[in-house]
Write a protein that binds this ligand. Structure first.
Ligand code: SAM
Length: 228
């Protein structure tokens, strides 16, 4: 995460604290069972990955996985793919998968971008990008996840009426997201009044990062866009 021993370029996988024994066991034993297919091997067949699922959802940069695990427990008939390049986050999600017996999550351990490109058109009902790394310096803006490329891909991936949720506690990143959303004519921002984006909807739990931001006096914006 930005500011916490962050490695600026995302070309490899990242590690912070050493994993606990349980996490190491889950990385060795559970991850191979729940890993999403390698996007380098071609287009991903979501129906084959989640037999019997009635919807598919994607979370990008799931951090410790608490939001992903919450949504997956709430909608057992939905197939969830989570992407995260930080090994400690992946290991935390695996603990949640085991503790809660979640069978509808597949994990992409790495950069979300190749995964996004390997997913089929109009296949997803939701995409979540919660507190993406802010990359505050102008020369690093091109590294931001929210971008014209991202909105074009999100428009391709979401079925009509699908939703894109983005959270950020960084005012400049909120403005940046809204600026790109305005140009992305396939989306409409669902907020009617300030309280719609200042207050989290009931099914949008606070992530670990969000709790930390609030503790430091920063309030997030909860942005929801609908695919037209
Ligand atoms: C500020 S943290 C927020 C984590 C989590 N969403 C939360 O709200 O607690 C940003 C996360 O995005 C992940 N990330 C950064 N670049 C990414 C990428 N290209 N693909 C997937 N995840 C990425 C980071 O590893 C980190 O876990």
């Amino acid at each position: 995460m930005a500011g916490e021993g962050y490695i600026p370029k995302l070309y490899g996988r990242r590690q912070g604290k050493p994993l606990k024994p349980r996490q190491m066991r889950l990385m060795a034993e559970l991850l191979p069972k729940v890993a999403a297919p390698d996007p380098a091997e071609g287009a991903i067949d979501l129906r084959a990955l989640f037999p019997g699922a009635d919807a598919f959802e994607l979370e990008i940069g799931f951090g410790g996985g608490e939001h992903l695990a919450y949504q997956a427990a709430r909608r057992p008939k939905s197939g969830f793919i989570g992407a995260e390049p930080f090994i400690n986050g992946v290991a935390k999600l695996l603990v949640l998968i085991e503790e809660n017996g979640l069978e509808n999550i597949r994990v992409h351990f790495g950069d979300a971008r190749p995964l996004i490109e390997a997913l089929p058109d109009a296949a997803l009902s939701s995409i979540y990008v919660l507190h993406p790394d802010p990359w505050p310096k102008k020369r690093h803006f091109k590294r931001r996840m929210i971008s014209p490329w991202f909105f074009a891909e999100a428009a391709r991936l979401l079925a009509s009426g699908g939703r894109l949720r983005v959270a950020s506690d960084i005012p400049d990143y909120v403005r940046w997201t809204l600026m790109h959303a305005r140009k992305a004519t396939d989306f409409e921002w669902t907020a009617q009044r300030a309280s719609d984006w200042k207050t989290a909807p009931e099914d949008w739990p606070a992530t670990r990062y969000e709790k930390k931001a609030r503790g430091e006096g920063r309030s997030p914006a909860y942005l929801e866009f609908r695919r037209k």
